[in-house]
Each structure stands twice: as structure tokens, then as C-alpha cells.
Design a protein around this ligand. Structure first.
Ligand code: F6P
Length: 350
């Protein structure tokens, strides 16, 4: 590593990948290099790269051509440095290794791009005296302190298109189609995709469902000659998540109503591919704003979006919190008003 002549920042990407991460890396890196003349290094595979001191220098040309790339050029992992001590690195524990390598590389700041777990680790590293900036990303949209995370809008488009496609096959076969949407313990993606895709039943972890309500609703639809139904379920409605939520609900419907039912588990396609335009913009705004905070030596913060403004919240307020769907959310009220079943009770079909 050359003798440091200007600010040197490290970037890592951790947790589940999503569309837009590379746009965020580009936003931080290019702003830091072009506007502020900073040096930028990228750690491999999330916090593992920092623990193992595996990194690469990110020059401006390494940041070109990545705006539209899915995934993360740095790689990611679900390494949680504070989770447990390890003897793998002799008797030094992971947080100590992180602080040691941060100092050896003469970093002025570490940018952590990730979801809840990442921001929780970022908050702990801040408490351990490191200069940290968090950037929230996840298709789940469940990071506390920001109205939205990049990755969500792209995943919403993917999930909505999948539901659109299920309508034609369900109609051809006069079937009930159950589709499982990601989202971890939050129902944002399932709620929004269910509404955008015209779901008839939408089940989210925040609303306790009753199977009899679902059976009666679907039987009513069949009795009123509705030729098919679409059931959208968030993966997190089953606790513990020992099996697929869609498979569980589909089997129950088939068994109790006799209606022909199939299920689709959408899975990782929701996290793949190029970010859509909105996520490219949001990720770029987040990344650029992070570089501005660093230029002002403003640390211990997570970049966030409030309304249309990009600002920041203290990391210690984010760590350990989850942003779930409020049960009085306006979209839930609209769904009920449309006669959509949310699993707990349904407005009777007129
Ligand atoms: O957090 C994003 C996410 O896709 C969740 O929606 C999902 O539950 C989880 O990651 C899957 O984790 P993994 O990538 O470790 O299988």
C-alpha cells in the first residue's frame, strides 16, 4: 500500500446481494476520487475481507461500467464479526483483527453497504472507535431509519412480472396459484408485489392469518364463478421457517377446499440481475451522499431517504431495529377496500 497522501476509505458489501450495490459502490468511489481526491479500497466478501485483510485498490477506471451490473464486484458474505469468538485466528478475535487491519491500512473511514445485520455490525464498530458510514441495501426494505432501501424497487418489478405471468396460466387451468415472495421477516415486498400484481389473497408476517378465512374466501370466489385466484405469501409468514410458506399454504388449500392448487417459490431471481432505473438513482444518491459525509468527517451515520431527501441517521439508532409493515399502512387499507383478503378477515364479496 502506497504512503497515504489523502483520505483513504474502505468499502465493503455484506449480507444478501441485491440489484444496485455496484451503483452504490460507484457513487461512493467516484465522488470520493473525482470530487475529493480520496483513495478508495474495496474489501472482498463483506467483513471477511477486513478480517483476512483481503482487498483491492479501486481506481476510477475500476468503477466504470458497473452502474448496471447486478450483484457486487466486491463479493459478499454473512460474516458477523461480533457473533462469537473464534480461535481460527490464534487468540485474536474478529473485532480485534478488524481494528488492527483498519489501522494498518491507515483508513480514515469504512463504508458498510448492507442490510440490518450489516448496520448492526457497523454500529458496533462505531462504538469500537472506527469511523463508519452505513449505506442501507436490501430487497426486503426492512432497514429502520430510511423510507426505502435500494434493491427493493428492482425486486418489486421482478416479483410483479412473475405474478402477472401466473394470471394467464391460472386462468387457463382454472387453478389457485400460490406464489412465495422473499422479504425475510417483513412483508413489504409481498404487500407491494401483491397489490401491483393483482393478488386476491396477500399474506404478510405482520398480519396473523387464519386458514379458515382463506378457505372461505377462495371458496366464495369459486362459487361466484371467479375462474382462478392468486395467493401471494411472504416467506416470513411461517415461524419457524421450517418449510416453504407457499408449499404449506398450497397444500392446506388443496386439502381443505378441493380446489386445484399449485405453488411457485420465486426465490433468488428477486435478487438477481441489473438494477432498474429508480434503484440506480437511489444507490447513486446514497453513495454520493456517503462520500460527502466523509469529506466533512461526519461518521457514525447511516445514509437514509426521507420523502425525496437524502440525509442520515445515527447508526446506534438503526442497529438491532427492524422496519416492518405497520398494520394500519394505507396500502393494507386500500387492499381491504378492494376486497383483497389479508388472511385475518375479508370484506365479503359483493
Ligand atoms: O435479505 C435478503 C434475503 O433475500 C431475504 O429476503 C431472504 O430471506 C434471505 O436473504 C435469504 O438468505 P440467503 O441469501 O443467505 O439464502
Amino acid at each position: 500500500m502506497n504512503k497515504k497522501t489523502s483520505k483513504r476509505i474502505g468499502i465493503l458489501t455484506a449480507g444478501g446481494d441485491c440489484p444496485g450495490i455496484n451503483a452504490a459502490i460507484r457513487g461512493v468511489g467516484k465522488t470520493a476520487i473525482v470530487k475529493y481526491g480520496m483513495e478508495v479500497i474495496g474489501f472482498s466478501s463483506g467483513f471477511s475481507g477486513l478480517i483476512n485483510k483481503e482487498y483491492s485498490i479501486l481506481e476510477e477506471n475500476q468503477l466504470s461500467g458497473i452502474l448496471t451490473l447486478g450483484g457486487t464486484i466486491l463479493g459478499t458474505s454473512r460474516e458477523k464479526p461480533f457473533k462469537k469468538r473464534t480461535r481460527k485466528f490464534s487468540d485474536i478475535d474478529k473485532p480485534t483483527l478488524i481494528k488492527k487491519h483498519y489501522a494498518e491500512l491507515e483508513l480514515d473511514c469504512l463504508v458498510c453497504i448492507g442490510g440490518n445485520g450489516t448496520q448492526k455490525t457497523a454500529a458496533k464498530l462505531t462504538s469500537n472507535g472506527l469511523n463508519i458510514i452505513g449505506i442501507p441495501k436490501t430487497i426486503d426494505n426492512d432497514v429502520w431509519g430510511t423510507d426505502v432501501t435500494f434493491g427493493f424497487d428492482s425486486a418489486l418489478g421482478i416479483a410483479t412480472e412473475a405474478i402477472d405471468r401466473l394470471h394467464s396460466t391460472a386462468n387457463s387451468h382454472k387453478r389457485i396459484m400460490v406464489i412465495e415472495i422473499m422479504g425475510h421477516d417483513a412483508g413489504w415486498l409481498a404487500l407491494y408485489a401483491g397489490m401491483a400484481g393483482g393478488g386476491d389473497v396477500i399474506l404478510i408476517p405482520e398480519i396473523e392469518y387464519e386458514l379458515d378465512v382463506i378457505y372461505n374466501y377462495l371458496e366464495n370466489r369459486a362459487a361466484k364463478k371467479k375462474s382462478y385466484s392468486i395467493v401471494v405469501v411472504a416467506e416470513g409468514i411461517l415461524k419457524p421457517k421450517l418449510k416453504s410458506a407457499a408449499r404449506f399454504i398450497s397444500q392446506k388449500i388443496r386439502k381443505h377446499t378441493g380446489l386445484e392448487t399449485r405453488e411457485t417459490i420465486l426465490g433468488y431471481v428477486q435478487r438477481g440481475g441489473s438494477p432498474n432505473a429508480m434503484d440506480r438513482i437511489l444507490a447513486t444518491r446514497f453513495g454520493s451522499y456517503a462520500a460527502e459525509l466523509i469529506a466533512k468527517d461526519n461518521y457514525g451515520l447511516m445514509v437514509s431517504k426521507r420523502g425525496d431527501d437524502i440525509s442520515s441517521v445515527p447508526l446506534h439508532e438503526v442497529g438491532g431495529n427492524l422496519r416492518t409493515v405497520p398494520i394500519d399502512h394505507s396500502l393494507i387499507k386500500k387492499a381491504r377496500g378492494l376486497g383483497i383478503c389479508m388472511g385475518d378477515y375479508c370484506v365479503p364479496l359483493s
